[in-house]
Design a protein around this ligand. Structure first.
Ligand code: FES
Ligand SMILES: [Fe+2]
Length: 347
């Protein structure tokens, strides 16, 4: 591969692999009757709900003279620009130019629209690629639809590349060091060996000599139109019902220097136990969890963006290496598909 190709792969990895779904917001952020602006994969987007509450997502750009649609208003199922009132539907088609009825712009598809869905209080948007222009099926984590599990979503924006968050997902060994002063992550041995096992949907990275003591494994899913991690933190009886604290983590590039992070905190509870877990979480555990996340955020946002040029990996980074290799293969694949598509178009 030429150095130009390597640069393209790097750029794609930095801005975000396409042909996949990304979490972009919490459901509650998209309030009925109000546009909500988000930035993801370097693109400004606007989300709003139609009259039935269904989500729409468009490029946040008015085709008239470029104003941000998110500064406008929701009109029944459509969105109207505040500047001169041009109104678009959820497909990005201009449906009305109120200052000049019958204007030739009406009926023109003028901006990109994106597929958006909601699941477990989160909003996911599909970013098409040349090889997968239509949204693929999003195979969400089983916990999202299994009534035996109850999850609570937290979200943040971190000033670092999302690639550092992916590395962090694939690195369970950091827990007993970085989080050693926390409620649940202080236990177990400080030394170990890591092993990676391939799975149909990604890979599993685990400590060899210790299980169910600390954050001892991560399941990284790179499949079903998304990337996420699943991990368990063993919880003491004092932390209420439901066994270990399961985290499902997603990250989304905002741009090359910042990202969104989404963590669903699950426990295996239903009925009364579910209510008591949710209460206990809000009242006592959430602050502790934020403390742990803050340790990750402070660490990752202070790593120099070009650290990969001089890093010295050792055996424990086998998950990080697997993560990077898999994503790099995906980036290469989609760039090759784009090249083929443009070659076909040129003939
Ligand atoms: S810029 Fe949006 S209506 Fe004029
Ligand atoms: Fe961490």
């Amino acid at each position: 591969m030429s150095s130009l190709d390597k640069d393209r792969v790097e750029e794609r990895l930095a801005t975000g692999i396409l042909g996949q779904w990304y979490a972009v917001a919490k459901s509650v952020q998209v309030k009925p009757g109000k546009p909500h602006a988000v930035k993801a994969l370097g693109r400004n987007l606007v989300l709003w709900r139609d009259g039935r509450g269904k989500l729409n997502c468009l490029e946040d750009y008015c085709p008239h003279r470029g104003a941000r649609l998110s500064r406008g208003e929701v009109n029944a199922d459509n969105i109207s620009c505040r500047y001169h009132g041009v109104t678009l539907d959820g497909t990005g088609t201009i449906v009305r130019v109120p200052a000049m009825p019958g204007c030739a712009l009406e009926g023109r598809k003028a901006v990109d629209s994106y597929a958006a869905i909601e699941a477990n209080d989160g909003v996911f948007v599909y970013f098409p690629s040349a090889e997968k222009p239509e949204p693929c099926e999003l195979k969400l984590p089983a916990e999202f639809s299994d009534p035996a599990w109850s999850g609570i979503l937290c979200m943040g924006r971190w000033a670092c590349s999302h690639r550092f968050v992916y590395d962090n997902f694939a690195d369970p060994m950091h827990a007993c060091y970085l989080h050693a002063d926390s409620f649940t992550l202080a236990f177990g041995a400080k030394q170990d060996v890591m092993k990676v096992e391939p799975r149909d949907d990604g890979f599993h990275i685990a400590r060899v000599q210790q299980q169910d003591v600390n954050l001892d494994w991560t399941h990284v899913v790179i499949d079903g139109g998304q990337v996420y991690c699943r991990l368990d933190i063993p919880y003491p009886a004092a932390a209420g019902p439901g066994g270990p604290f399961r985290i499902i983590g997603y990250t989304t590039p905002v741009d090359e220097q910042s990202c969104l992070v989404f963590f669903w905190r699950f426990r295996q509870v239903s009925g009364i136990a579910k209510e008591s877990w949710r209460f206990l979480y809000r009242a006592a555990l959430e602050g502790r969890h934020w403390h742990v996340l803050e340790q990750d955020r402070a660490m990752l946002t202070n790593i120099p963006p070009d650290a990969h040029k001089r890093e010295m990996l050792y055996q424990h980074d086998v998950g990080v290496a697997r993560m990077r290799r898999t994503l790099s293969q995906q980036a290469k694949q989609q760039l090759a598909a784009e090249d083929q598509a443009s070659a076909r178009a040129a003939v």
